[in-house]
Design a protein around this ligand. Sequence first.
Ligand code: ZN
Length: 82
Amino acid sequence: MDEQQHYWVVTCKNVAYHQEKNPFALHRIRLAKTEVGARHRDHVGRFSVMCDDCGKQFTYEAPEVIMWIGPPVLFMPHPLFA
Ligand SMILES: [Zn+2]
């Protein structure tokens, strides 16, 4: 079960908080599972996401959504990406 999974993510903008916990990694907030070759959701416009770690909410735009590979976890997909 430790197979890596592709996700659409945004990077939490509360960078100072997360760097204190882990100076070497930005905190990625999972929006949805995806797979290699999936089309980028460039139509989503502006949307807000609450960080699953620090709990802060920020506004993001489609270009800030990136594909990222990470370990599988249980998470709530963002309604725009579900
Ligand atoms: Zn955060």
